[in-house]
Design a protein around this ligand. Structure first.
Ligand SMILES: Nc1ncnc2c1ncn2[C@@H]1O[C@H](COP(=O)(O)OP(=O)(O)O)[C@@H](O)[C@H]1O
Ligand SMILES: Cc1ncc(COP(=O)(O)O)c(N)n1
Length: 270
């Protein structure tokens, strides 16, 4: 019998497979963790945008989480889209005290610009979820909403990362620089130290699900027993390859290539 680490995603759906739990499960598999998923919201979306959202009733979110947790103890958990204040509270209550490494991707807006979180959720995200986070992974806009800072420079992104940890209680923060210009530089703040993780920017609009996939990779790496710094560094390599080796799927902002690192030329259909 083989033993593998397991990782759980608590997030919304994307029927085109590029973002949300679909991206998370693909990433867990690629990053060698057994993948599990609790659905928070069913989202009718594609690479062009979000058409509709249906929130799973609270008691069903709770039942899904309990079904997993009473049977299989995940080695790491990640949260993605948790849209309403009530759902944030419920998820936080169920994760509090579990002592499982937790990655929080504070999903607020899709790549298409459509909102995925109610505005009233921000304070609960800050007060209830953030203190439970081993790693929180906002993009620039999300970091601005959480900290109230205006982030135009990397120094300001550093300041936001420090606030998320020193003032809001996360153990580590990665402020992602995907929406800056120039190299794709993410700022990691952990153990009182700032690190810059830089990759060349790929000239593409196929970035649907980049944030989901990066945070899922960090969760899988933590599940495998890596330190936060190792997990974030390895995940940066994973996402950079997945963005660079683009698939060209969909009519809008297409998904990343989760199996880029092992895809051979012959596997590509033309
Ligand atoms: N065009 C790109 N080329 C290379 N890396 C990118 C590109 N766009 C985003 N990234 C990287 O993808 C990850 C997700 O970042 P970002 O796009 O900012 O998050 P989100 O999807 O949450 O908006 C980060 O590691 C970021 O640096
Ligand atoms: C269900 C769901 N969760 C998250 C995102 C954001 O995706 P991205 O990683 O592009 O920010 C999304 N479009 N849909």
């Amino acid at each position: 019998m083989r033993r593998v680490p397991s990782a759980l995603s608590i997030a919304g759906t994307d029927p085109t497979g590029g973002a949300g739990i679909h991206a998370d499960l693909k990433t867990f598999q690629e990053c060698k963790a057994y993948g599990m998923a609790v659905v928070t919201s069913v989202v009718a979306q594609n690479t062009k945008g979000v058409q509709d959202v249906w929130h799973v009733p609270l008691e069903m979110v709770e039942k899904q989480m309990k079904a997993v947790l009473e049977d299989i103890r995940p080695n790491a958990v990640k949260t993605g889209m948790i849209a309403t204040p009530e759902m944030i509270e419920k998820v936080a209550d169920l994760l509090d005290g579990q002592d499982i490494p937790l990655v929080i991707d504070p999903v607020m807006v899709a790549t298409s610009g459509d909102s995925l979180m109610e505005q009233e959720s921000t304070s609960l995200m800050k007060n209830r979820l953030m203190p439970l986070a081993h790693v929180v992974t906002p993009n620039i806009a999300e970091a601005e909403t959480l900290t109230g800072l205006s982030i135009k420079t990397q120094k300001e992104a550093e300041q936001a990362a420090k606030m998320l940890v020193d003032d809001m209680g996360a153990s580590a923060a990665v402020v992602k620089g995907g929406h800056f210009t120039g190299d794709a530089t993410d700022i990691l703040y952990v153990n009182g130290q700032i690190d810059y993780l830089t990759a060349p920017r790929t000239d593409t609009n196929h970035t649907h699900g980049t944030g989901c996939s990066l945070s899922a990779s960090i969760a899988a790496e933590l599940a495998r027993g890596n330190t936060i710094k190792e997990a974030v560094t390895n995940s940066k390599t994973f996402i950079s390859q997945a963005i660079h080796d683009t698939l060209g799927i969909g009519k809008g902002n297409g998904p990343v290539n989760h199996w880029a690192s092992r895809l051979k030329k012959d596997d590509i259909l033309v």
